[in-house]
Design a protein around this ligand. Structure first.
Ligand code: P6P
Length: 339
């Protein structure tokens, strides 16, 4: 029996009582259509003629790749016509993206990083699209204010990411566990490949950019130092390390075999609470991680409880196998007691 396609599966789960609105199912499906277009574009590599930098910077002050802008436009230009969203927030654009005059404002707000890990594009390493969906406080028919986007991660009604790797996989949660859908290029559809993804509670594999070690706070420095001591150290086990520099690839690996992903606060830019953005990276990935039985913390608090104060607000990220994330939280508690 062929695996159900994305929309078939969501509709079927709804008939079994998932309680999703038809508009939410349709919005998720429309996002997946744009992700198929993105997959097709980036699979061309240099043939697409759009690799390399765009010669501009985003609101984060990061150099934008041509494809950052192209994929941002693909998401907005497709989704603005659906009548399913009242507005969008994108990593690549300073202010919220409004729906053009004359087009229905839907009941959902969509936030996304259209091409996460884009610095890897030129070297042919996996990249991805991350998205988060919340209800529009004003309901459908109204333009949202910036404040309408600034909801806690616990308010998300759906979150997902697509990793464009050797295979193109959509990882999705609507609050009822995590499922994966693999793009079957033969029929051009995302088809269900795994239901009820769960993250192993234990791990011996950490992911962090070690070159920033001198900028980390002491609890993170102490934890990684203890990991590197292996069996003789206080953690009593040998660790392995992975760093792809593409969050979607790290998170997908952790969902598959466990692990802990860390982009902690660092003192390079004290005014910024880390590198990753809360609204369209940390929150959606945290929703998925928790729904898969993992844990996601800043080190001091649950990421999905962090108060949202800005569309591009940054947050320290420590997520993955529950028992390992808890260890890092305990290192923070111990440091605070000592202080
Ligand atoms: P660094 C990609 O730019 C990203 O936002 C995440 O996908 C990734 O985990 C991180 O930044 C990589 O950061 O400092 O190692 O290049």
């Amino acid at each position: 029996m062929q695996n159900p396609k994305l929309k078939q599966y969501l509709m079927c789960r709804n008939r079994e009582g998932d309680g999703l609105s038809y508009d939410l199912i349709s919005l998720i499906h429309e996002v997946s259509i744009t992700c198929k277009e993105i997959a097709s574009t980036i699979s061309l590599g240099p043939l697409s003629g759009v690799l390399g930098v765009a010669g501009s910077e985003n609101v984060q002050g990061e150099t934008q790749k041509e494809l950052d802008i192209i994929t941002n436009d693909m998401m907005y230009d497709h989704l603005k016509f659906t009548g399913l969203t009242a507005g969008m927030g994108s990593e690549e654009i300073d202010d919220p993206l409004m729906i053009p005059e004359g087009i229905q404002r839907g009941e959902y707000l969509l936030m996304f990083d259209p091409l996460d890990g884009s610095s890897n594009i030129d070297v042919n390493i996996s990249v991805g699209t991350i998205f988060s969906i919340v209800k529009a406080p004003k309901g459908s028919g109204e333009d949202p204010s910036l404040e309408d986007f600034l909801q806690k991660g616990t308010e998300q009604v759906a979150a997902g990411f697509v990793v464009y790797g050797p295979s193109t996989v959509l990882v999705l949660t609507t609050g009822k566990g995590v499922n994966t859908f693999t793009l079957d290029h033969r029929i051009g559809e995302f088809v269900l490949t795994e239901q009820g993804v769960t993250v192993p509670e234990e791990t011996k594999e950490f992911s962090i950019n070690l070159s920033n070690q001198r900028f980390w706070e002491k609890p993170v420095q102490d934890y990684i130092a203890d990991c590197l001591q292996g069996e003789e150290g206080p953690l009593g086990q040998r660790y392995n390390m992975r760093w792809v520099a593409s969050m979607v690839a790290e998170v997908y690996r952790i969902l598959t075999r466990g692990g802990i992903f860390m982009y902690p606060f660092d003192t390079r830019e004290p005014g910024k609470a880390g590198k990753l953005r809360l609204m369209y990276e940390a929150n959606p990935m945290s929703f998925i991680m928790e729904q898969a039985g993992g844990m996601s913390s800043t080190g001091r608090e649950r990421i999905m409880e962090v108060d949202a104060t800005g569309l591009h607000q940054r947050v320290p990220v420590i997520m993955g196998s529950k028992n390992e994330v808890q260890k890092v939280v305990d290192y923070h508690k111990k440091a605070e007691k000592a202080a």
